[in-house]
Design a protein around this ligand. Structure first.
Ligand code: BGC
Length: 474
């Protein structure tokens, strides 16, 4: 019964299913692993507010300010690259312990920086940790979760990202008048960093990684603990499935991603990664107050309205957690992208028409809220979820790391070009450009992205590759 995804037919049933499919352990370890997402989101949200004070305090010029913001994205790309190997070599678990520890050093280093150069250096270090955590968190959770609740559990990570962004907005607001405000804003993140490092010491390795290293008995032991209390669990079935998939794929190397059999999967991951950023989500996250201020609001009202954007992002991510295993990934992805495309067009029309700006200024806020809701319910969680599901075991961590690098790279380009774009092709032109990119994204996703709801990672692997095909000759 519980193996049938159609049984998960009400939103509440995600919670029931999670309870039925294991014990408290599954939720506890998924939440600990998702702290990685919290660090990711906190950094994304905190810097715009902190920068207002840093620039005066550390006498940072325009170039240094841009470097303080964007060097984290570069660090994240390097972190994602290195941890594709680390996650296989030293385990998903130890990679995350290290990522938490590096984050603590990075956050404290930022808080105690005495000049802009030092801050830039420690922001790079933070980036290494954030880039690592950004994909090893969903990877870890996908490898411990039973199929019927995997979508919701893996998306705890996206929920943590959006909560981190919202917490950062609130921390920026609370510390705005405190002495040494920006140091607190940046330093306080050492706490969740430490929670990640210490928390990961208390969780097991994933059964799939243990099997990859030949430790079948330990993998069985972990599965028994993870599935205890689940009457429908079939431990031996899971072990056999992982074993068969591993024996086909264990020799795979990163280069196999370029071979004809795996290349379509590489493209799907890259398309999700790049379009997730090309629809402009981080211009909304980083520049929401600027966009709202351009509508004639005062600075403090635009900051207050930005908090609504943060709350909407969290609320609709919760909707996604509850629905991903019920209605499936594809429907949420396509529905969400359709909604955000319409919202982008509305924002374009808003900036184009002075009549709307004069008579209906609230249209900008409504457009931003619909946009972020559409993103949060689909493309936000589905990108991270899908890249943890579609790749065969032997290349999974490397393929995820490639998709993650592409995601941070596209983030870097979009964030770095938004303000120049608005001055060259106007605000409306920029939003119409994002609208056009979103239309292309919709078409690509509709045509290429498979449904993965309710299937085991091994079944997905067999389905997308064809049972007998291997990525390279045995
Ligand atoms: C994206 C981030 C974005 C966040 C917004 C994530 O899935 O990867 O770039 O800032 O969603 O909620």
């Amino acid at each position: 019964m519980a193996g049938d995804p159609t049984e998960t037919d009400t939103p509440v049933s995600f919670l029931k299913e999670v309870r039925a499919s294991g014990n408290g352990m599954l939720i506890r370890i998924s939440l600990i692993a998702a702290i990685g997402g919290l660090l990711f989101g906190y950094d994304t949200g905190v810097i715009s507010g902190a920068l207002l004070y840093i620039k005066g305090d550390l006498h940072a010029g325009t170039f240094q300010q841009q470097a303080i913001v964007s060097v984290l994205l570069l660090g994240a790309m390097v972190g994602a690259l290195a941890s594709g190997y680390l996650a296989d070599r030293i385990s998903r678990r130890w990679t995350k312990v290290i990522s938490g520890a590096v984050y603590v050093i990075g956050a404290l280093g930022c808080a105690f920086s005495v000049n802009a150069e030092m801050l830039i250096g420690f922001r790079f270090l933070l980036g290494l940790s954030v880039g690592t955590a950004s994909f090893v968190s969903p990877l870890y959770i996908s490898e411990v979760a039973p199929p019927r609740v995997r979508g919701g559990l893996v998306s705890f990570n996206q929920l943590a990202i959006t909560s981190g962004i919202l917490i950062a907005y609130i921390v920026d607001f609370l510390f705005r008048d405190a002495p040494g405000n920006w140091r607190w804003m940046l330093g306080i993140a050492a706490l969740p960093g430490a929670a990640l490092a210490v928390g990961m010491l208390t969780v097991p390795h994933t059964p799939r990684w243990l099997m990859l290293t030949g430790s079948q008995d330990r993998a069985r032991g972990v599965l028994e603990r993870l599935r205890s209390g689940d009457d429908d669990a079939d431990i031996e079935g899971e072990i056999t499935e992982i074993d068969e998939a591993n024996s086909k794929e264990s020799e795979s190397r990163a280069a196999d991603l370029l071979r004809p059999r795996l290349r379509p999967l590489l493209w799907i991951g890259l398309a999700l990664a790049v379009f997730q950023q090309l629809v402009g989500v981080n211009t909304v996250i980083y520049y929401a107050p600027t966009i709202l201020a351009q509508t004639g609001l005062t600075n403090s009202s635009s900051i207050a309205q930005t908090v609504f954007v943060g709350i909407t992002n969290v609320v609709f991510t919760i909707v996604a957690v509850l629905l991903l295993d019920r209605v499936g990934r594809r429907r949420l992805l396509l529905g969400g992208v359709a909604a955000l495309t319409v919202a982008l067009a509305v924002l374009g029309v808003y900036f184009w028409s002075s009549a709307i700006q004069d008579h209906a200024p609230y249209v900008a806020l409504v457009g931003l809220l619909v946009y972020i809701a559409g993103f949060a319910v689909g493309l936000g969680p589905v990108f991270w979820l899908m890249i943890s599901e579609i790749y065969p075991m032997g290349v999974r961590s490397k393929a995820m790391s490639v998709a993650t690098i592409a995601n941070w790279g596209a983030n870097f380009i979009v964030a770095g070009t938004f303000l120049s774009l608005t001055s060259v092709i106007t605000r409306q032109g920029t939003f119409f450009l994002y609208t056009a990119l979103a239309v292309v994204a919709f078409a690509v996703f509709a045509y290429r992205v498979p449904e993965t709801r309710g299937r085991s990672l091994e079944q997905i692997q067999a389905e997308v590759l064809g049972e007998d095909d291997r990525p390279r000759a045995a």
